[in-house]
Design a protein around this ligand. Structure first.
Ligand SMILES: *[C@@H]1O[C@H](CO)[C@@H](O)[C@H](O)[C@H]1NC(C)=O
Ligand SMILES: *[C@@H]1O[C@H](CO)[C@@H](O)[C@H](O)[C@H]1NC(C)=O
Ligand SMILES: *[C@@H]1O[C@H](CO)[C@@H](O)[C@H](O)[C@H]1NC(C)=O
Ligand SMILES: *[C@@H]1O[C@H](CO)[C@@H](O)[C@H](O)[C@H]1NC(C)=O
Ligand SMILES: *[C@@H]1O[C@H](CO)[C@@H](O)[C@H](O)[C@H]1NC(C)=O
Length: 854
């Protein structure tokens, strides 16, 4: 069985039941008057019982006044009053100050250890009949008893957020009073609420944006608000039926906020100490906080990843590209995939004759130093930029209603990224010769040159258009074939911000965001014992590397799969932590989903969602069942596995080598969507590591690449090898190991290759598929399979090329060389007419080469 992951914090969460709440006696109401006080064993509760105010401690030696959701079991603290000045023992209390205009926290020796007025800009007037009230919004307010108008409140906790933005809270500036509100992480999640290093702060200069800071370093920026969403969050849906995002700008106030129309939905924006901004929503049915959205998501979200005039594109290789008309400043570093030096102009600007080049679908560059005029249109904007020689680019501010407003950049363009869809357009100033088509301009006759440019340009446009349409058409294929599991990186991002409101109804489309349960629930050992019928033999699903897997049914009816790690599995607590960390962090619809863990004494268990159709090998290699896999089904399984693996290798924030990819580790859900499982052997590579060596070769014969089996060297390319084997198995319905053709000299790989070079590749196809299949699709898959199992790792494509080749009939594909481990290894070298390798399979290089069987 597979597993999934997250991080230490999540792991710790499993154990964070140490939290002590003395809150047994609720002061009957939601209010505290000047004559009352709140001791550490008392709480206030909001009128409808949504939030609770009280004290908590993790250690007995530090006590904090805080607000949390009253009815959520794992107390989720959303606000802490005295985060940096805890009470040292539980004998303190909270009361309204003597003048009635602040609240104070008093310790055992009657010293004031915290007061709301240390934060407020002095409210000196004294008030007689003030009350402290906890509202159902989670706002704790100090006000005159009959005053309900928010601007008249004497003090409110919403003005002093901790690490959480609740609906109705504002993140930003009141420009009249100079008051700023931002959120700052805890020092240690679920352990230490004191101010941590991470904060999310709005900068109102230029065109306002929100920045995630780690101490004094920016690590991520939202991009400016474009009327619908943040420029850097294309997946943000302007109209969700439950969460409404608000970005307000006027001369008095600049803030970001959100509101929830459906009262029963809990959603919060939270900055976690690990450097992630997370929007979490509470899922009632499973009682977990679900990660609805988070950032930064990938390397292109890292601030200034590609330096000035660089543009980061996760679908490109390398991810850093220069804006048209620019080239890398430091080619050597650039080649080494180090992009932060950025790019420089090919040709200096001339000012007068400069032109603008339009970039589509980008995250606008940093807007702190820009000039803004909200009433100008795009034409006026171009004019303004053109007139000022230091203007480097311009764009509309808002994208709604066809676009409006004008923003112009003076100086470098920083932190841009390319989106497949959903970004914004920006017009970048270039020397005229860098804009046009006829770059090679050393002609003698200028008229001829111009004519040449026009004709050449037109031809190029037509050609480009043709290619684009072709590409687009083909690009759609794999995606459409995948039916419900349509996704490339562009689809994914859209799913993230989809509202999870009708909780179950949206599951199909956005299963990915359902996977994001960061807060891993800890299952009780007894619950699991009951669910699995005391680990009965009858419930056994299989035996994996590190233990036995059981099927279980929770009392609520949810089906689960439980991996019970054998005590002598060799998987110690460290490896277990590893797996849990890894699994929780991985979120992809083609990876199996971890629901929780359970730990009791030396019993360690992982709880996964149950996959109705079990594993691929159970169907593929079973005579009676394999006919249920028609070609479309198989193709979508191949595409799904490829995407899952691409995610592991490249898109997730780690580089993960699975090391044991095989048919039995591919699980199939109700709709036969594949999910990669079993990460017990997976390895995380640090950023630049490309291969590693292991003394202990783990994995499964038949799927292991030669360099791994023989020398213990593994890299993404060893996974690619296993993937290739899997593809050929899926097409042929035969196991690589145990399949021998004719004189028993060939295994499946050797046999497939032989058929391929003899031009009989279609004979490989499993007869139970029938006649309903696209020949070119099958051939393309066989070619991909063969490319993946080539003997030399460096010949094998990367998973991103594989995904591209699978989804496009027009991608350039090399002719496969001989596979590794096919026996007959030195049979004639293929005439590798096309020696294009991995990197050339980018969209730019798409050409029209229809594949033919040879
Ligand atoms: C806190 O104090 C209680 C009793 O006062 C004790 O039982 C508990 O073990 C203490 N917890 C910690 C974490 O020290
Ligand atoms: C609550 O705490 C106060 C002082 O801290 C103490 O006097 C009182 O007895 C406590 N009440 C209960 C029910 O524990
Ligand atoms: C208020 O702030 C001052 C310094 O700004 C500090 O000396 C004092 O201890 C603080 N008082 C409280 C109650 O936190
Ligand atoms: C913005 O543009 C409009 C229209 O061109 C102009 O009338 C106005 O003065 C500009 N505002 C500023 C602050 O420059
Ligand atoms: C261009 O804009 C910058 C920034 O506002 C300004 O300092 C500079 O004077 C302007 N130059 C011209 C020629 O208008």
């Amino acid at each position: 069985m597979g597993c999934v992951t997250s991080l230490l914090n999540t792991f710790l969460f499993c154990f964070s039941t140490l939290l002590i709440f003395l809150s047994t006696i609720s002061i009957s109401t939601d209010t505290l008057t000047t004559t009352q006080s709140l001791t550490t064993n008392q709480t206030l509760s909001s009128p409808q019982g949504i939030f609770e105010l009280g004290f908590f401690s993790y250690t007995n030696s530090t006590w904090y006044l805080a607000i949390w959701y009253k009815n959520i079991d794992h107390k989720t603290v959303v606000w802490v009053a005295n985060r940096d000045t805890p009470l040292e023992n539980p004998t303190g209390f909270l009361k309204i100050g003597d003048k009635g205009n602040n609240i104070v926290l008093i310790d055992q020796s009657l010293h004031q250890i915290w007061s709301s007025s240390n934060q407020t800009t002095t409210t000196t007037t004294s008030t007689r009949n003030s009350i402290l009230q906890l509202l159902d919004s989670g706002n704790l307010v100090l006000k005159e008893s009959n005053e309900n108008y928010p601007t008249k409140f004497l003090w409110q906790s919403f003005d002093y957020p901790t690490d959480t933005l609740l609906p109705g809270m504002k993140l930003g500036w009141n420009l009249d009073t100079g008051m700023e509100r931002h959120i700052t992480s805890w020092k240690i999640k679920d352990k230490d609420p004191s101010s941590g290093d991470l904060s999310f702060k709005l900068n109102y200069h230029g065109l306002p944006e929100i920045f995630l800071w780690n101490k004094d370093q920016i690590i991520y920026r939202s991009g400016p608000w474009n009327g619908e969403r943040f420029s850097g969050v294309p997946e943000m849906q302007p109209t969700t039926n439950s969460i409404k995002f608000i970005f307000h700008v006027d001369e008095h106030e600049v803030y970001y906020s959100f509101s929830i129309e459906n009262q029963i939905l809990f959603s919060r924006l939270f900055v976690s100490p690990i450097g992630e901004l997370q929007r979490l929503t509470w899922i009632k049915t499973t009682q977990v906080w679900n990660k609805f959205w988070y950032a930064p998501k990938d390397q292109c979200d890292d601030y200034r990843m590609c330096g000035p005039y660089g543009i980061c594109d996760t679908n490109a290789s390398p991810v850093c590209q220069c804006v048209k008309g620019f080239h890398p400043k430091n080619q050597q570093n650039w080649n080494l995939r180090y992009g932060s030096d950025g790019c420089v102009r090919n040709k200096e600007l001339d000012c007068e004759s400069d032109k603008f080049f339009k970039l589509h679908n980008v995250k606008l560059p940093e807007t702190t130093l820009v000039l803004v005029n909200r009433s100008m249109n795009l034409v006026e904007c171009e004019d303004l930029c053109h007139k000022n020689c230091s203007c480097t680019a311009y764009a509309n501010i808002e994208i709604t209603n066809g676009g409006s407003g004008c923003v112009i950049w003076i100086g470098e363009l920083i932190d841009m990224r390319q989106y497949p869809a959903g970004g914004q357009d920006i017009y970048v100033r270039l020397a005229a010769s860098d804009v046009g088509f006829g770059g090679g301009s050393n002609g003698t006759n200028s008229t001829a040159k111009v004519a040449g440019i026009i004709v050449g340009g037109a031809a190029l446009i037509l050609l480009a258009l043709g290619f684009f349409l072709l590409w687009k058409k083909n690009k759609l294929q794999c995606i459409l074939k995948g039916k419900t599991e349509h996704r490339g990186s562009l689809e994914r991002s859209h799913e993230f911000l989809m509202p999870e409101v009708g909780f179950s109804s949206k599951r199909e489309q956005s299963s990915e965001s359902n996977i994001d349960d960061l807060e891993l629930p800890l299952f009780d050992f007894n619950t699991i014992t009951i669910a699995t019928n005391n680990f009965s033999e009858h419930n056994k699903l299989g035996q994996g590397g590190f233990g036995v897997v059981y099927k279980g049914i929770l009392i609520e009816g949810q089906e689960i799969a439980v991996k019970r790690l054998s005590k002598n599995s060799g998987q110690g607590i460290e490896e277990f932590k590893n797996e849990v960390k890894l699994l929780v962090k991985l979120q992809h619809r083609n990876l199996v989903r971890l629901l929780g863990c359970s730990i009791q004494m030396d019993e360690k268990m992982l709880v996964y969602e149950y996959m109705e159709n079990r594993s691929l090998d159970g169907i593929l290699f079973d005579k009676s069942k394999r006919s249920s896999l028609d070609w479309n089904r198989r193709f979508s399984i191949i595409c799904g596995i490829a995407r899952g693996l691409l995610y592991l290798h490249q898109d997730s924030r780690f580089r993960i080598i699975h090391r044991d990819l095989k048919a039995s580790n591919i699980l199939l859900d109700k709709e036969m969507n594949p999910r990669i499982s079993d990460f017990g052997m997976a390895r995380i590579f640090v950023a630049d590591q490309t291969e590693a060596n292991t003394m202990r070769v783990v994995g499964t014969y038949g799927y292991m690449s030669p360099e791994y089996a023989m020398d213990g060297i593994f890299s993404v390319k060893s996974d690619v090898f296993s993937f290739g084997v899997l593809v050929l198995e899926i097409i042929s319905g035969k196991k690589n190991r145990g399949f021998y053709y004719a004189n028993k000299e060939w295994n499946l790989l050797g046999h497939s290759w032989k058929q391929w070079i003899e031009g009989n590749a279609l004979e490989l196809i499993d007869s139970s598929i029938g006649d309903l299949y696209s020949q070119s699709e099958v051939l393309r898959c066989i070619q991909v399979g063969l490319l993946c199992v080539q003997e030399h790792a460096e010949d094998r494509p990367t998973m991103s090329s594989v995904v591209l080749m699978l989804s496009s009939e027009t991608a350039v594909m090399a002719q496969p060389k001989n596979p590794g481990f096919c026996l007959g290894r030195n049979l004639a070298e293929t005439d590798s007419s096309s020696s294009k390798q991995d990197e050339s399979f980018t969209v730019n290089h798409v050409t029209v080469t229809m594949l033919e069987a040879r």
